[in-house]
Design a protein around this ligand. Structure first.
Ligand SMILES: Nc1nc2c(ncn2[C@@H]2O[C@H](COP(=O)(O)OP(=O)(O)OP(=O)(O)O)[C@@H](O)[C@H]2O)c(=O)[nH]1
Ligand SMILES: [Mg+2]
Length: 320
């Protein structure tokens, strides 16, 4: 595998090299870590925008509209669509494809769908790498549509710099979001499907939860009304996103936070190897278990020993 050639082609603007790199890195093909290491200095320019919200809230429709508007204003846009492939809503995925196809032909747009298998219960590290690859490729903005369930929504705050929470009337009200712990995490609240009769009530609910006054916007995070179907409110949303990015860029920890998240995510991936060790196959673990059963040791001491041992193994693998 000639990683360097692929990297050179990609940084020279070859989309097929980007596509190839994404697949290889996603699959964790041998050499992926070194490749990412070489690319890391070319990253850090793009801003990742997470788009989350309950299934059917209009995330894909809105993403398509956002892509159009951003391309119009001269931005190079990447999209990571996390497919609910292993879920029952396979049909929705197909719909996403059709909607996305329309925008994928726009100049400067690159769309990558990723299966959600393995992502639920933690934004898979590969999602971060795909974002990094698009970043190194020269994208300005990368929209990440999540599957909008559970832990995924919370994890997106560690993956994206800006998070949009898409709400829609009748799509689980604001209280449900509060309970799920995703209410506080968003930077911008999108009140989508503003054409529906219950839309104003939803905006009221959002305001009361976010402690905003009638004027809105100035007190807490922005609430933006959209009709993604017709493309209404998209200019306001782009405006809110740009303001949010500009404000965040001014913060001292803008770059630092990203580095912290990168390091933590990579460590987590490494340590998951430990957590997934199979008790009947791993010789070392089998030995430990026998010791415990024989009353010669306790799990408390042995877990530490095990972690040290596995880390040493990982290190030797890495040095090879
Ligand atoms: N009335 C109305 N319908 C909308 C609006 N935005 C999206 N929809 C419709 O809502 C349905 C779901 O939209 P999607 O964009 O697929 O929603 P999603 O959040 O991506 O859904 P999942 O990916 O399945 O979680 C589709 O039938 C859209 O046409 C809107 O502003 N108003
Ligand atoms: Mg969708």
């Amino acid at each position: 595998m000639d990683w360097q050639a692929l990297i050179d082609q990609m940084t020279n603007g070859a989309t097929n090299a980007l596509a190839r790199l994404i697949i290889l890195v996603e699959d964790r093909a041998p050499g992926w870590r070194e490749a990412m290491q070489r690319l890391y200095p070319h990253t850090g320019n793009a801003v990742a925008i997470g788009i989350t919200g309950y299934p059917g809230a209009g995330k894909s429709t809105l993403t398509g509209r956002l892509v159009e508007a951003l391309v119009e204003s001269g931005k190079r846009v990447g999209v990571v669509a996390i497919d609910p492939s292993s879920h029952l809503s396979g049909g929705a995925f197909l719909g996403d494809r059709i909607r996305m196809n329309a925008v994928s032909n726009l100049e400067g747009v690159y769309i990558r769908s990723m299966g959600s298998r393995g992502i639920v219960g933690g934004m898979r590290a590969a999602v971060r790498d795909v974002i990094k690859l698009m970043d190194a490729f020269g994208k300005d903005l990368i929209l990440v549509e999540t599957i909008g369930v559970g832990q995924d929504e919370v994890d997106i705050t560690r993956t994206a710099q800006i998070v949009l929470l898409v709400c829609a009337p009748g799509q689980g009200d604001a209280i449900q979001y509060l309970k799920a712990g995703v209410m506080e995490m968003a930077d911008i609240y999108v009140a989508n499907k503003s054409d529906l009769p219950e839309a104003e009530q939803m905006v009221e609910n959002l305001r009361s939860i976010l402690f905003q006054d009638e004027a809105g916007g100035m007190v807490g995070p922005s609430i933006v009304r959209t009709n993604a179907l017709k493309g209404e409110g998209i200019a306001d949303l782009v405006d809110a996103v740009e303001k949010c990015v500009a404000a965040k860029r001014l913060r001292d920890d803008w770059r630092r936070q990203r580095v912290i998240d990168d390091v933590k995510s990579l460590m987590k991936e490494r340590l998951e190897v430990l957590a997934n060790i199979n008790g009947s196959e791993n010789q070392e673990l089998c030995g430990f278990i026998e010791d415990i059963l024989a009353g010669e040791a306790t799990p408390y001491a042995l877990t530490d020993e095990m972690i040290v041992g596995t880390l040493e193994q990982l290190l030797t693998q890495h040095q090879r």
